[in-house]
Design a protein around this ligand. Structure first.
Ligand code: BGC
Length: 246
């Protein structure tokens, strides 16, 4: 079974058909730079180009870095404000002609990790965190997702957690792994008080560097790097679309 997954990010819009038995791309991924400004119309046109490239007319899943409820973007922390209140799902369905599921980017990455990666067969409370421009989150209770958790916006020391501990902040402030781990630990401890998770899965580019900072992390929960790396969003979007349009 194959579904198309598309991952809309701040710098690139990436898509690939996914073989859902294998949990991996069945064709080479296509990446198009995100238009500037990244208005709903401009982004939807790129998504249409991706479907045309793959000659796709089946259901597709598409991620977006915002709260998504019934296809509508309900937040716009790191995206063009024109998205707020936009039914992105309907827009993409109209321009592509494909049955479309739109979902939060971290939820999609978490769905993929729970099915094929670090969270496979894991019961209990699992929290997936993606460290990039912001911090994305997805929480699973016995494998069931509670969507749109937005833990990156939890307030820590008077600031959004993602304004202290995202991968972007690490780079901007030129923080070494040890210094960055201090702010990440404060964020993890806040979540630990609230959810007592059994496992944290670390996604985003930092997952490849986990050997540089995992030993600095202080948490009672188990920690694991994401195994699907930057493919998780596309794979999770495709799987979610398969489940939505069976
Ligand atoms: C957004 C989330 C998103 C995360 C990662 C945050 O700023 O509010 O919806 O999942 O960034 O992209």
């Amino acid at each position: 079974m194959e579904r198309l997954g598309i991952d809309i990010g701040g710098s690139g819009i990436k898509g690939a058909p996914v073989d859902l038995e294998k949990g991996d791309f069945s064709r080479e991924r296509l990446r198009i730079p995100t238009p500037d400004p990244a208005t709903p119309k401009a982004v939807a046109a790129m998504v249409r180009d991706i479907t045309r490239h793959f000659k796709w007319d089946q259901p597709l899943g598409c991620t977006f870095p915002a709260v998504i409820k019934k296809g509508i973007a309900c937040s716009a922390a790191n995206v063009d404000p024109a998205w707020l209140g936009t039914d992105g799902e309907a827009l993409i369905r109209e321009v592509t002609g494909c049955p479309t599921l739109l979902l939060n980017d971290a939820d999609a990455a978490g769905i993929a990790e729970m099915e094929y990666g670090a969270g496979k067969d894991r019961k209990g409370v699992v929290i997936m965190l993606t460290f990039g421009t912001g911090i994305g989150s997805a929480i699973f209770i016995d494998g069931v997702l509670v969507p749109n958790t937005e833990f990156g916006h939890l307030e820590v020391r008077g600031k959004d957690a993602e304004h202290r501990a995202s991968a972007r902040i690490r780079k901007e402030k030129n923080l070494g792994w040890k210094k960055w781990a201090v702010v990440v630990n404060e964020f993890l401890q806040r979540m630990e008080i609230l959810f007592s998770p059994d496992l944290f899965i670390f996604g985003g580019g930092v997952s490849r560097r986990h050997e540089d900072f995992f030993h600095y992390l202080k948490t009672k929960a188990e920690i694991s790097p994401a195994v699907l790396e930057n493919r998780a969003g596309i794979i999770g979007a495709a799987l979610a679309a398969y489940r939505a349009f069976k």
